[in-house]
Design a protein around this ligand. Structure first.
Ligand code: SAM
Length: 257
């Protein structure tokens, strides 16, 4: 498609130009004809074009008015010109007559974490997500306990999704090149997530990792005591030693008391 303007920094615009990387990402997504897919931030259509060729139809969400105008010229695209953080994905799935959506995008890095948390609210209508993000963020998302990258983002997302890093992408794959390395992550919602009190989990994980070097008895232990929660949860360790399952179980226990 035509490039209506120079890349806009305020919209986090770094356009993919490396054909091999684009092919690798599309292969990782493995689009099939007829699937209901939504792309966040199509930009110059580097991913959009090969995706829609395979799908037949693609829903895109683009905030940049000039890019949205260009994209509207493509017969197989439905274009929502909006801030993705304002888009209700549950309503979008209904309007597409789809029980579930596949969501993809080379995300604007300045709002990538808010986008991930926004999508948590709509996880029931998500089949899977493939996102390009800062490598450092992907490393934190998929980090295992006992590693330096394991933290709030790891726990909150791993409690909801099975996640894996699909590929690393160097800055020279983009125009203009970002200052950081990038990576693509696959996120598949877990099916057996029942009755997790999300706001409680969020609060206790925030308390636990707030001062991650301290023993939990000074942070989470004090918080549990204040809430009057009786538990034999071991607080003589640091937050990064606690598994996702243990955090979830503790949130469930707190809710029950
Ligand atoms: N998909 C293209 C590619 O891979 O070359 C562009 C990726 S670029 C990193 C991010 C895209 O997201 C841009 O097209 C930008 O205009 C769009 N964008 C930025 N903020 C957005 C927002 N809040 N809602 C929707 N789209 C946004």
């Amino acid at each position: 498609m035509a490039h209506p303007n120079a890349p806009r920094k305020r919209f986090g615009q770094h356009f993919l130009t490396d054909r091999a990387v684009i092919d690798d990402i599309v292969s990782a997504i493995a689009p099939q004809a007829g699937q209901a897919m939504v792309e966040i931030g199509p930009g110059w259509a580097a991913l959009t074009q090969p995706l829609v060729e395979r799908l037949g139809h693609l829903q895109v969400i683009e905030i940049d008015r000039d890019l949205a105008r260009e994209l509207r010229g493509h017969a197989q695209l439905s274009v929502t010109e909006a801030d993705v953080l304002q888009v209700n994905f549950t309503e979008l799935a209904q309007s597409l007559n789809a029980p579930q959506l596949r969501v993809v995008g080379n995300l604007p890095y300045n709002i990538s974490t808010p986008i991930l948390f926004h999508l948590l609210d709509h996880v029931a209508v998500v089949q899977d997500q493939h996102f390009m993000l800062q490598k450092e963020v992907v490393d934190r998302m998929v980090a295992a306990p006992h590693s330096a990258d394991y933290g709030r983002l790891s726990v909150m997302l791993q409690a909801r999704y099975q996640m894996e890093k699909v590929l690393d992408v160097a800055p020279d794959a983009f125009h203009p090149p970002p200052k950081v390395d990038s990576a693509v992550v696959r996120m598949v919602p877990l099916v057996d997530v029942v009755d997790v009190p999300w706001s409680l989990l969020s609060e206790l994980v925030r308390v636990a990792f707030g001062q991650r070097r301290k023993l939990l008895r000074h942070t989470l232990g004090a918080w549990l005591q204040q809430k009057g929660v009786a538990t034999d949860f071991d607080v003589q360790r640091r937050a990064q030693e606690v598994s996702v399952a243990e955090f979830v179980a503790l949130a469930q226990l707190c809710q029950g008391q």
